[in-house]
Design a protein around this ligand. Structure first.
Ligand SMILES: Cc1ncc(COP(=O)(O)O)c(C=O)c1O
Length: 402
């Protein structure tokens, strides 16, 4: 395990990762390859390429053949994300949910090959993103879920456990889970961390023993509200190949234009996150002193300092604030003028949303109660605007129910 500050990617990494090919090609900006198919010059080599990709081959296409198998624009974005994550490989998908689905399918296929007597299952910890919770609890993928306490993972692991899924910081409460402790309890079972709320400048799950680090790249990695994408990184070649195999076979591709935008946003990631983080910390302090705010949370703020320091390189840019009731939360959402009332997060502009009705509307009521997804909870994703402008807007909205 490493010190998060020492292991976080440098600004130079963020600017240059996945770009060596550009200078070699005599260019300054990466080219975008939109080909859906490629001319075949050598039939045997093309046939080998298909056979190779169908097994999750390394994606380094000499004979690209067809866009579902390989696209160089996507591959360069993957190289860049892998470098930021400290991973040997990354596989990009058409959305965060596609990335989650592929990880579950890859893990399921591995445990099925191993042939345990029981049906495979997944172990997961609540709270987590509402649609992710729904994907697991609905049984859509034929992989039943066992919801567990993160300190009690060990007692639930069996030969039929395909994967342990955790999300830290958790959407929407911003509670943290100790990745190293879960990885230690997991033994041989792979652990996937949805690290969407903490991009690699803040947290690198693989450094703490996770098998996979997954992001909805729609959020901080894309960073401008114009990309829908998902990425999964790993240091295990066999897992990267399995993920790529799932992508080739199911077609959950990232479009090259989206990959281009994602790659273009990475150089500014460290600067965006550190600026927005400073604003968030200041706003959280001001919210805490506001008479209409009952409770404020950011990673490591009210508790879990030690874990935050050990696992993260700062608390990030998200704030959870409880204003006491749904009616009050609605009034704030309706009153903000500069801040956009919208789901999603990690963009250059500030967004506010009401998890109980929106991102976590599909989560069952008991689970919401048990995991503090209260009617008064609002989730703020802080962007790059001036702190005072944001506070003027938010504090005016908080006054509407005086
Ligand atoms: C923590 C987390 N994981 C996964 C997702 C799903 O990502 P996408 O919307 O890109 O499918 C989201 C979306 O908000 C999220 O917040």
């Amino acid at each position: 395990m490493s010190d998060p500050a020492a292991s976080s990617p440098t600004r130079t990494d963020a600017v240059h990762a996945g770009r060596t090919h550009i200078r070699q090609a005599g260019l300054h900006a990466p080219p975008i390859d939109l080909s859906s198919t490629y001319p075949i010059s050598n039939l045997d080599a093309a046939g080998d390429s298909i056979a190779n990709f169908a097994q999750g081959g390394d994606g380094d296409a000499n004979e690209p053949v067809y866009a579902r198998l390989h696209n160089p624009t996507v591959a360069h974005a993957e190289t860049a994300v892998a470098r930021l994550e400290g991973a040997s490989g990354c596989v990009a998908f058409g959305s965060g949910m596609a990335a989650m689905t592929a990880t579950l399918l890859a893990a399921r296929s591995a445990v099925v090959e191993d042939g345990p007597d029981e049906n495979p299952h997944v172990i997961a910890v609540r709270p987590m993103y509402g649609t992710g919770d729904h994907l697991l609890s609905s049984g859509l993928l034929g992989l039943p879920v066992r919801w567990v306490d993160p300190n009690n993972v060990r007692t639930h692991v069996t030969r039929a456990t395909a994967l342990i899924w955790i999300e830290t910081p958790a959407n929407p409460t911003l509670d943290l889970i100790d990745i190293a402790h879960v990885a230690e309890q997991a033994g041989q079972v792979p652990v996937c961390v949805d690290s969407t709320f903490a991009p690699p400048t803040l947290q690198r799950p693989l450094d703490h023993g996770a098998t996979f680090s997954m992001h909805s790249a729609t959020k901080f990695l894309g960073g401008h509200g114009d990309v829908v994408a998902g990425v999964v990184s790993s240091n295990a070649k066999e897992w990267v190949e399995r993920l790529r195999h799932v992508r080739v076979a199911t077609g959950a591709l990232l479009h090259p234009l989206a990959a281009y935008l994602l790659h273009r946003s990475l150089p500014s990631l460290p600067g965006r996150v550190s600026r927005a983080q400073a604003t968030s910390m200041e706003l959280a302090d001001r919210c805490e002193g506001h008479p209409h705010v009952d409770h404020v949370n950011m990673p490591g703020r009210t508790q879990q300092h030690e874990l935050c320091d050990r696992q993260m390189n700062g608390p990030g840019t998200m704030i959870a604030l409880d204003v006491g009731s749904k009616e009050r939360a609605r009034a704030v959402m309706q009153s903000v003028r500069l801040i956009t009332p919208a789901v999603s997060l990690g963009s250059v502009d500030t967004l506010i949303q009401h998890p109980a009705s929106l991102t976590h509307g599909v989560v069952n009521e008991q689970a919401k109660d048990d995991h503090c997804i209260t009617p008064g909870l609002l989730r703020l994703s802080v962007g790059l605007e001036n702190t005072d402008d944001l506070w003027d807007d938010l504090s005016a909205a908080l006054e509407t129910f005086a």
